[in-house]
Write a protein that binds this ligand. Structure first.
Ligand SMILES: [Zn+2]
Length: 451
């Protein structure tokens, strides 16, 4: 029996805490309202305001994070928490604070208004990736309030500049301040862990796609050379014509299909779940993924898309040069073969310049971290299936891979069956359901405590 005389008469300690799922929508909205558009140069607002917001939210609960600027306005936030078992290898959990620009005229809502409509938060970054930033931040606040520690010593990072290749963000931090990742062996971040609803013989089932591989990036510029001349004089060395012919050859080239392990495992798993065989043809199987099939189609082979064109300066002048940009994405191990193919297709009068390149990565679909991600999802959504997949784009995991860190995409979201999720990435009317965010906050918290 407690001694009434010894009773503490000061204000009672609150027994109910604000949890991650209570705060995640508010934090996501706050972050969306901070415009951190990345135009690929320093002309945007930068990430500094968003980074200060993150530092402030952490300071409020007594966590002291570090804000690092790679150049004025380009800010990254880092925080390291010791795990309950510090002898285990470290983990990195990271998001990026920048977003791709949004053309407000195309949107139904203000892209930086974070309006709540039809149960969703609308705005640039709602899925790429202020949603996951908010899940991480909300969990860190819950951990601090409740004295919880992650299972593994964890470096939490909110990067600058992911949308322009991470030069001023992840690559900079990894090159200049690698000590933040000392002892870290694995990482989790974006574009994975979301659900798709697929038809099965027993009705519709949810499958969560966990990202286990990323294609590599080769941004090329084609430079066509020719003979300048008057627009009225026949000229069979026209640089624009040479460039156009090269573009035509590249655009119509059929890249051979090759199923890397992640793709094969996805197709096999999906086929088992839907009872849809695919040996004869892939289309019916891919169709079961609905809108998410776009993500998968880009991972069946290398790709090369012409994205910019530059040539000529006067209606009656044949220019001596013309150029085009080509965005190439290659499967692991295909970098040199893709480049050789493009050079051959470009032809003798068109030079191929490598403007930017980044590696392809592939992580194993096994081991304790994969098991932890799966179990956290399945505890929250029993009866679902978890499958691996390869991302056709890239994330900051590429930069971390240069330190030998194995990266996965795990930003958990249970999505309504009718939400066409894939086009939200860099698309118009980007939005995330509030319930999905709350689900994600719970799953991520569970994962961090148990992984
Ligand atoms: Zn992203």
């Amino acid at each position: 029996m407690p001694n009434p005389a010894a009773k503490d008469t000061s204000a009672p300690t609150p027994t109910t805490h604000v949890t991650a799922q209570d705060e995640v929508a508010r934090i996501c909205s706050d972050l969306i309202r901070i415009d951190s558009s990345n135009y690929g140069d320093d002309s945007g607002p930068g990430e500094r305001a968003a980074a200060e917001y993150v530092v402030g939210q952490l300071a409020e609960v007594g966590l002291e994070a570090e804000l690092l600027e790679s150049r004025p306005g380009r800010a990254t936030v880092v925080l390291r928490l010791e795990g309950t078992d510090p002898t285990r290898p470290g983990l990195a959990v990271h998001g990026h604070l920048d977003v791709v620009p949004a053309n407000a005229a195309d949107w139904q809502v203000d892209p930086f208004g974070a309006e709540e409509r039809d149960g969703c938060i609308w705005g640039r970054g709602a899925v790429d990736m202020k949603d996951m930033d908010a899940m991480i931040l909300a969990n860190l606040r819950e951990f601090a309030r409740t004295g919880t520690r992650p299972a593994r010593t964890t470096t939490f990072v909110f990067f600058a500049d992911e949308e322009a290749g991470g030069v001023h963000g992840s690559h900079w931090l990894v090159d200049r301040h690698p000590h933040w990742f000392e002892g870290v062996t694995e990482a989790v971040s974006e574009v994975g862990g979301y659900s798709v609803s697929v038809p099965t013989p027993d009705g519709e089932r949810r499958a969560y796609l966990l990202q286990t591989a990323e294609k590599g990036i080769l941004w090329l510029r084609l430079h066509a050379h020719g003979r300048a001349g008057h627009g009225s004089v026949p000229n069979d060395e026209n640089a624009i014509v040479r460039l156009a012919a090269a573009i035509g050859r590249i655009a119509t080239h059929e890249w051979p299909r090759e199923y890397i392990a992640s793709v094969k495992q996805l197709l096999d798993g999906l086929s088992a779940l839907t009872q849809q065989p695919y040996a004869a043809g892939l289309d019916p199987l891919l169709a079961t993924l609905g809108g998410a099939q776009g993500f998968v189609r880009g991972t069946l082979q290398d790709t090369a898309n012409v994205t910019m064109l530059d040539g000529g300066y006067k209606h009656n002048v044949i220019p001596q040069s013309a150029s085009a940009a080509v965005d190439c994405r290659y499967l692991p191990g295909h970098e040199e073969s893709l480049l050789a193919t493009i050079r051959e297709l470009a032809g003798e009068h068109v030079e191929v310049e490598v403007v930017h390149r980044d590696i392809a990565i592939e992580a194993p679909w096994e081991g304790s971290l994969v098991e932890s991600m799966k179990q956290s999802l399945l505890r929250a959504d029993p009866g679902a299936t978890v499958l691996p997949y390869c991302l056709s784009g890239g994330t900051d995991n590429k930069a971390l891979a240069t330190l030998g860190i194995t990266g996965y995409g795990f930003a958990p979201l249970r999505l309504p069956a009718d939400l066409d999720f894939a086009p939200m990435f860099h698309g118009i009317d980007e939005r995330v359901p509030v319930e999905s965010l709350r689900f994600g906050a719970r799953v991520l918290g569970d994962f961090l405590r148990t992984c």
